[in-house]
Write a protein that binds this ligand. Structure first.
Ligand SMILES: [Zn+2]
Length: 117
């Protein structure tokens, strides 16, 4: 009764008796050829790929997204610097053209230059 399920039946070299373990659908137990053949269906392959997935912070998509954002920030920073430089130079020229006073602008420029080299 306890062994009513199909048995493995593989023959032992040592005892010459059949294996008494429960058989799997292929007729053998897990030690005699009934074990998993590994992941090969698309679903199980996908499951295996996601087995250690924690939050996706290091996924290809997330990394690409951060890279794009970083590039955009750098481009904006360069743009801001260019605008700042243009405004600063325009003011310098205007002052030097229309006035002999350079002291206030120089002190201002020194203060700004300390912030943005
Ligand atoms: Zn067996």
């Amino acid at each position: 009764m306890a062994n009513a399920a199909p048995r493995c039946g593989a023959r032992s070299k040592r005892t010459v008796k059949p294996c008494r373990a429960a058989a799997m659908p292929n007729g053998r137990c897990k030690v005699h050829g009934g074990k998993s053949t590994g992941t090969w269906t698309p679903e199980s392959l996908e499951r295996s790929r996601r087995a250690n997935w924690k939050h996706g912070h290091f996924s290809r998509e997330a990394k690409a997204e951060r890279s794009r954002l970083r590039a955009a920030i750098l481009a904006l920073r360069d743009l801001c610097d260019a605008i700042y430089r243009t405004i600063y130079l325009t003011r310098l020229r205007a002052i030097s053209l229309h006035s002999s006073r350079v002291v206030p602008l120089n002190s201002e420029a020194a203060a700004l230059g300390a912030q943005r080299p």
